[in-house]
Design a protein around this ligand. Structure first.
Ligand code: SF4
Length: 328
């Protein structure tokens, strides 16, 4: 028996991949699954979990990472520090730049509880946010829950083709790195143990992706018509200056949510340890304070960050600014 599992993110590429799988194999042989990071825009959740099942007739399963074990472990360590044990006895010979005090550990214990939001819980147990260099969010919030989902199907007696909506054309760097070099991302891989990876749209361009939507009578995620060039996390730690400015202009409540997360994560980490959603060096944002409020402020400046872009301030945020020309 073979099951085709499509990881749906609410974005255009994974939707096109789902449509292709349904077209080729039929709904009875396809499973669709969405990994909820807890940092998506509500429109993306609605699109993936409500709209897509309605128009395709295919239910989309939901998976969420759970960090309750990590919370218990971190709390046990902090309880020892709060009781007066030296940090070296708790963490062994590992060296840290900042240090716990018993008082700080007691305060952290009051706030350090699972929230049920996977992204925030991951940051609370790690004592900080992921970064471009340490992009562990993808691994913990998506790869691991989706792999567990596939393994459960395999344990039930079926091989799994895991369909991934990856395209070489998606980014200039990926194109330069991979196209024609022989070091390509493979379109098919045997992982072993009954698991296979299939990337059917690897060489599609963005036009073909939207055409697949149109042929199937399925609308793309509405966020594409609201200035978003990608619709995953809101924001993603890898987002560009322009994307961040668009998010801040259109969805300031998501910026405020991240600011609140920064405050909460700061309260459960080593005193004075800098905690911010973006890290120094993110997207050229080097050498400046990097709380989300500072980075949003910087995103509204012209090159160099000194002068505010007055024209940008005058842009009408409700105007259609799709990066894909969907509404011309
Ligand atoms: S979309 Fe960005 S922030 Fe979200 S899990 Fe992926 S890399 Fe991390």
């Amino acid at each position: 028996m073979l099951t085709h599992v499509v990881s749906v993110s609410g974005g255009k590429d994974s939707t096109a991949t789902l449509l292709l799988a349904l077209e080729l194999y039929g709904p009875e042989h396809v499973r669709a699954v969405f990994a909820d990071t807890g940092n998506e825009h509500e429109t993306t959740l609605e699109y993936a979990l409500d709209y897509l099942p309605r128009v395709t007739g295919k239910a989309v399963d939901l998976v969420r990472a759970d960090f309750s074990g990590e919370f218990a472990h971190k709390r046990a360590n902090l309880e020892r520090i709060a009781a007066g044990e030296p940090e070296s006895a708790v963490y062994g010979r590992r060296q840290f730049m900042y240090h716990w005090t018993p008082e700080a550990a007691r305060c952290a214990l009051e706030l350090l509880h699972p929230t049920g939001n996977p992204y925030l819980d991951l940051c609370l147990v790690r004592g900080g946010f992921p970064s471009r260099k340490r992009q562990y969010c993808t691994q913990y919030l998506k790869t691991e829950p989706l792999t567990e989902y596939a393994l459960e199907i395999i344990e039930g007696g079926s091989d799994v083709w895991s369909w991934q909506g990856v395209r070489i054309d998606e980014s200039e760097s990926r194109r330069v790195r991979h196209q024609g070099t022989g070091a390509c991302v493979k379109s098919f891989e045997v992982v072993g143990g009954g698991l296979f990876i299939y990337r059917p749209i690897l060489r599609w361009n963005v036009g073909s992706v939207f055409e697949a939507h149109s042929v199937a009578g399925v609308s793309p995620n509405p966020l594409y018509t609201q200035g978003m060039s990608r619709v995953g996390c809101m924001p993603c730690i890898n987002c560009s200056k322009a994307e961040l400015r668009a998010i801040a202009d259109r969805f300031p409540e998501h910026i405020e949510r991240i600011a609140e997360w920064e405050r909460l994560v700061s309260s459960v980490t080593r005193p004075r340890s800098p905690v911010s959603f973006f890290h120094m060096g993110t997207q050229g944002h080097s050498g400046q304070a990097s709380t989300i409020a500072h980075v949003v402020d910087w995103s509204r400046t012209t090159r160099g960050g000194r002068q505010r872009d007055l024209l940008a301030q005058l842009e009408e945020p409700s105007a259609c600014s799709s990066a894909y020309g969907l509404c011309e």
